[in-house]
Ligand binder design. Structure first.
Ligand SMILES: [Zn+2]
Ligand SMILES: [Zn+2]
Length: 349
């Protein structure tokens, strides 16, 4: 074995379900600042033996290379042919490019089913349309959030650049259509972080995508940007997962470390958001915009992080406003102009 393969040996972790399916965790550098995983499941007990890939990494050449090299390494390890052409199916946890970006590479070598929840289907099959629509919604959101014109142009440039990495993919199918073929998996739709987020259970192991992560907290953005996202849906999904996941001994997430105590981690994440909601209510004792609140919560951040901070703040403000904790103090501006203006919120006493 070459020294390069020895290096992979240190990185690829192996797990086994209580029925004997083997899971290889494939680490990847998804973007310069983001690491994460795809998981290859080798199920010799299902007949015929099955190779399933859960998530695919990003479009970055480095991640693509890591995925391909890892399959070669696994092939040597289990002494069976494993490459893109031997995959039986690709299961996607959700429609974010750090999870489905590897599909472009896989499609060049395989016609196996690529499966995603129907609410995220158009992101893959009509990618260009998605970029246009989201850019438009994002522009509206940034104006209403009170972000400056200069920074708005900056955010959108970063956003378009990241998104322009993708393109539409043919022959993508949904969990609904594949129910019979995927009966050995249990799939649960948990919207919030992403509209079509699903978690996938195989025996006593759960693949949580970005629904539950450790130690980072899954990113939230306002439902105003994409239906079925938003903090309200996410809270409901957390509780639903807590009830549904009894019997799960290990959770393998899209980023971060494996989770042994899923219920405990769900409580921590829930608690973190409740605390942030309380802090935001406190900040709104004085009328202000989402951009002003975001700066107080996250300080001076730069580049893409400004957008992430604004979306995260926006998700919390939307949650509070839609449940009657906040009011808008500049209704006349909104009414008069009939065009988009920064919205100023205030806590209702
Ligand atoms: Zn995600
Ligand atoms: Zn992710």
């Amino acid at each position: 074995m070459t020294s390069k393969n020895n290096q992979i040996d240190d990185q690829i972790k192996q797990y086994e379900t209580n029925r004997g399916a083997i899971i290889f965790a494939i680490p990847m550098q998804l973007f310069p600042m983001l690491r994460g995983y795809a998981y290859l499941i080798f199920d010799e007990n299902s007949s015929p033996a099955h190779f399933t890939l859960v998530d695919t990494g990003s479009v970055s050449p480095e991640a693509n290379r890591q995925l391909e090299t890892s399959l070669t390494w696994i092939s040597e390890k289990i002494s069976k042919p494993v490459d893109f052409s031997t995959l039986d199916e690709v299961l996607l946890t959700h429609g974010h490019i750090d999870h489905f970006g590897g599909c472009y590479q896989i499609r060049q070598h395989s016609s196996c089913p690529i499966v995603i929840h129907e609410l995220d289907l158009r992101i893959l099959t009509n990618y260009e349309e998605r970029v246009v629509i989201v850019s438009k919604r994002l522009t509206e959101f940034l104006i209403e959030a009170g972000a400056s014109e200069k920074s708005r142009a900056e955010y959108l440039e970063v956003y378009r650049m990241t998104k322009s990495l993708g393109k539409s993919i043919d022959n993508v199918t949904t969990y609904q259509r594949m129910q019979d073929q995927l009966s050995r998996f249990k799939i649960l739709h948990l919207p919030g972080h992403c509209a079509g987020e699903v978690v996938i259970k195989l025996d006593n192991i759960l693949f949580s995508g970005d629904m539950v992560l450790d130690p980072i907290t899954p990113h939230q953005s306002p439902e105003h940007l994409t239906l079925y996202t938003g903090l309200g849906h996410y809270f409901e999904s957390l509780q639903q997962l807590k009830e549904w996941s009894s019997g799960v001994d290990l959770t393998l997430a899209g980023h971060g470390v494996p989770i042994r105590n899923l219920a405990g981690r769900i409580d921590e994440i829930d608690h973190g958001h409740q605390e942030r909601l309380g802090k935001i209510l406190d900040i709104f004792k004085k009328p202000q915009t989402i951009a002003q609140v975001s700066e107080q919560l996250f300080g001076q951040v730069t580049g893409y992080n400004i957008l992430l901070a604004l979306e995260e703040t926006g998700a919390h403000v939307e949650y509070l406003y839609s449940r009657g904790y906040l009011e808008i103090t500049n209704l006349e501006d909104l009414e008069e102009n009939h065009k988009l203006v920064p919205i100023v919120y205030h806590r209702i006493r």
